[in-house]
Design a protein around this ligand. Structure first.
Ligand code: ADP
Length: 247
């Protein structure tokens, strides 16, 4: 497979905090259109890997290539602009605005903000807002204030606010934490649908959800790659069994 097939190539990635290597010589590759799930015990380095990719933390060593751009040399906002969207665990939505307004304000290039200020809404923005609202199961809630949404709906709204920016790589940190079983199923449906034209990198603990979405799984332990492959493969890898079931 040529490198062009990878949306993300992480090679030899290392970050030290006061001499402690939270991520240690890590390499992995994510295909275009792939849903990759990162699992591993607490403190394995999962969040730090996403922080490194989105430019929030600077690598001590190694390379992160997003298509043909070297992310380790770029600033956080440049990485967003290049097409990498990141959702953190706690939703950062505008609670006192409607679903429509939250999506509209997230429309790229300040377009939506300007439109709203001028009391004039661009047709393309309106069309995108409706399309995304439908995708994130909030079509019936478009004019509802965001603070009245359920926890799961707020998570979807934030995913929608990223999707409206059309990222080629979407990174999600435990997206179904606190969701009902039905909402988890819907979130899996949503992620499976959007990978027709983008890739997703997810940190997740819920193994049923991992089974529902993962094309491949990367297992981290003490900042290093422990195992990689299908969920079936990593679940039966003795190294993984030992780390999860103990000594
Ligand atoms: P995970 O997401 O797998 O639970 P993290 O990436 O949050 O793990 O953390 C990996 C390790 O790196 C932990 O031991 C954590 O305490 C340490 N760590 C993370 N960020 C920092 C930081 N900014 N300064 C010092 N240590 C950190």
């Amino acid at each position: 497979m040529s490198k062009k097939d990878f949306v993300l190539s992480v090679e030899g990635l290392t970050v030290s905090f006061d001499g402690f290597k939270a991520v240690n010589d890590l390499s992995f590759y994510v295909d275009e259109g792939e849903i990759r799930v990162i699992i591993g015990p607490n403190g394995a380095g999962k969040t730090t890997v996403l922080d490194l990719i989105c430019g929030r933390t600077k690598a001590t060593d190694g390379s992160i290539k997003f298509r043909d751009q070297e992310l380790t040399r770029m600033k956080e906002h440049e990485i967003v602009h290049a097409g990498v969207g990141r959702k953190f665990q706690n939703p950062s939505i505008y609670e006192d605005l409607t679903v429509f307004e939250n999506l509209e304000l997230s429309y790229p290039k300040g377009h939506g903000v300007f439109g709203a200020l001028m009391f004039k809404r661009d047709e393309a923005v309106i069309e995108s807002v409706h399309e995304i609202a439908d995708m994130i199961f909030l079509k019936e809630h478009l004019y509802q204030r965001a603070d009245l949404l359920s926890h799961g709906q707020k998570q979807w709204l934030e995913i929608g606010m990223l999707l409206i920016q059309d990222p080629a790589l979407l990174m999600l940190d435990e997206p179904v934490a606190g969701m009902s079983i039905a909402e988890r199923k819907q979130t899996a449906e949503l992620l499976n649908r959007i990978t027709q034209d983008r890739s997703v990198l997810v940190i997740e603990h819920d193994m049923q959800f991992v089974e529902d979405i993962a094309h491949r799984v990367t297992v981290l332990h003490q900042g290093k790659l422990l195992s990689e492959g299908s969920l079936e493969h990593v679940k039966s890898d003795p190294k993984v069994v030992e780390v999860y079931l103990g000594h």
